[in-house]
Design a protein around this ligand. Sequence first.
Ligand code: F6P
Length: 499
Amino acid sequence: MTDTAWQAVEALAPKRLTELFAAEPDRLEALTLDVAGIHFDWSKTHLDAAGLQAFAQLADAAGLAARRDALFAGEPVNVTEGRAAEHAAQRGEGHPESVAQARGFHARMRALIDAIEADALGPIRHVLHIGIGGSALGPDLLMDALGRDSDRYDVAIVSNVDGLALEEAIEDFDPDATLLVIASKTFTTTETMLNAESAIGWMTENGVADPYGKVIALTANPEQAIAWGVDETRVLPFSESVGGRYSLWSSIGFPAAIGLGWDVFEELLEGAAEMDRHFRLAEPLRNAPVLAAFADLYYTQVRHAETRATFAYDERLRLLPSYLQQLEMESNGKRVTADGTPVTRPTAPITWGGVGTDAQHAVFQLLHQGTHLVPVEFIAAIEPGDVLSEAHHRQLLLNALAQGAALMAGRDNEDQARAYPGDRPSSTLLLDQVDARTLGALIAFYEHRTFVSAALLGINPFDQFGVELGKEMAKAADKGGQAFDASTTDLLRRAGLAG
Ligand code: F6P
């Protein structure tokens, strides 16, 4: 039972961060870690020796180790859907049969990429990737972070059903030299299928003789892709047990594999696997995803923080906050436990964030002086992404680190409008560099951190029934004849969508 362990967590005495530093000379050793090219620092959070012990006991009571082992063993940890969650198997860490299957699917993807590079589908210069949610956010993050200097292919990722998104993406594309990649686990998502049909229409209207001959499908539903018109030889499958928001390691990573090159994609998988092994083997109090989840839970459960903000002090990681929004909020934004009973405590905080230093001039006022407690995560890389003068990167890093110090230290002033209360928590992730290996480890770290929080909260992070109702209502409104509330009926009429 976790009740007693939770009571111990909730009873933790609040102390100021500066007091904690003064009282705990070994604070840095206890609350920093180096894993897979990433230095993690939680020393500016309110976790202390007593807090760590309380959370370690909670982890024991919640059976974290057994849950983690079940995850890696390919057991049906996604209990509401009765299936495993095998994203780690995609990078070689999982049940041997699932690892072998993932290797087979990767080999198929690699062979198809080799064939495309050898012009088997005609000369290809552009890759138009269509998908949404987990079928777009991961590829987009990877290409934005790692593809800036790549001259292999122009890769565009289109997700929104707003036709403007597709129009803008294809504006400079030659339809004859475009590979159309349709990414959808289910191959039924309305937005993706409509965008795919419009892309085929664009190719046909522009004289492409056999547009379907240039289509690749990335899916866990190959039959549906084939029925839609994709040739079986160009369907790149992945397992049903890979969740959408955990799928960039599977064939959903195709744009990165073709756009950055196979070696880079493999490095990404290896970096993630290194984090998997760390998560699997390191003891709880020296385990990065576990410590991060302890800090997250401390703020949501003990300090009642409702949000957590991530600021990437690196242009290459500017899409990370939106990637994390899906990963964390779709996974842990739940109101019942895994056995279906209502939760008795808050689940995931609202994940938000932005890019430093821009965000400092927009939202940091609230972080320093507002009434909300917002735990902040700073992410920066030691090696610069630019080749301008050193001054740029120096300023970038100085700002990232100074903000954490300022949030914690605060500053007195007789004039309260100018006073900073301080004692505001932050964690810092300092990457050696932004390369595929480190990015793989970083994303895997966030996946496992989300899993640990879910395990301690007793919720299932791998389903997402909450997204269905709105989709169904949009379909019902499209069909017509369904009674809606007075407001929606009026809005549908005004928008010209109903009589
Ligand atoms: O609507 C939510 C969701 O189901 C996500 O979980 C998923 O990543 C996204 O839609 C896209 O789904 P699919 O890959 O099946 O098109």
